[in-house]
Design a binder for this molecule. Sequence first.
Ligand SMILES: C[S@@+](CC[C@H](N)C(=O)[O-])C[C@H]1O[C@@H](n2cnc3c(N)ncnc32)[C@H](O)[C@@H]1O
Length: 292
Amino acid sequence: MLTFLVRQAFSRPLRLAALASGVRQASALRAHPHATVRALGAACGEALQRRFGAEDARVVAGIEALRARASGSTERLRIDDYGAGAPDSTFTEAQMSAGRVVERTVGEACRASKKPTWAGLLWHLVREFQPERCVELGCCLGISACYQGHALRLNGARGRLWTLEGAPMLADVARRHIGEQGLQDRVEVVVGRFKDTLQGVLERNGPIDYAFIDGHHDEEATLRYFEQLLPHLAPRALLVFDDINWSDGMRRAWARLAADPRIQVSIDCGEVGVCAIDATIKDKLRVKIALA
Ligand SMILES: C[S@@+](CC[C@H](N)C(=O)[O-])C[C@H]1O[C@@H](n2cnc3c(N)ncnc32)[C@H](O)[C@@H]1O
């Protein structure tokens, strides 16, 4: 009990200090001479302060109501899982590629969806950066797809999202959710292993302005998806990597990405890493903004 009280007494001031430091760093990016960096600073700043315009807040509340319903659902699913398993799993490439079947309820599967803080970051990145052609690796129940899809809709342009999912039963529920949100014309769920679907999606729909990599959190696979995406990116593109601190392998993958000279800006937000590719940014920028 005493430990709990001491931890509580110290954690709030520490959280406030981290928030203030994050807001300062985001403001510095907002004042940068390059528009891409300014957009990233604005997105991080708004996400950090959980700020939404009135219409955006109303839409986000609707997606969160959908999440709350899904979280309570006992509908049973058989899930074909081609991911990396747990942070300490030692699956080989062949084992991940063969996949395994697991049984979960929709409510259990929903725990893998990005929580509001991180989904909020995706929202603000899409709103500030205004991409048109977007790809997501890892759809699950479509919660983050709804965030990004609605943000594209509110941008008012012709933005589209192709979201890839290996498990047909998850993809079916995601399509239902996307339909309920009225996003079926903007968000397409593509079913199959990333190794079978990604290349075709890129070839048919590139150049890609924005990609969110939120599945198959394996070091080599993550770096491979980066290499596969690269030739299909628009000259100005965002790549968002999830779970960059999930395992030793993912930490190594992020260290390689952040140091890669083909990436001009990298922002380590804690759980999520944001990268900008834009050769018109002359000085490489590496920043940490703790979002949670
Ligand atoms: C963390 S969940 C995605 C959550 C979703 N982005 C959200 O926030 O709502 C990752 C998803 O990627 C899928 N996945 C993982 N590895 C895959 C692979 N190699 N091919 C296809 N799908 C894969 C899993 O089935 C899982 O549904």
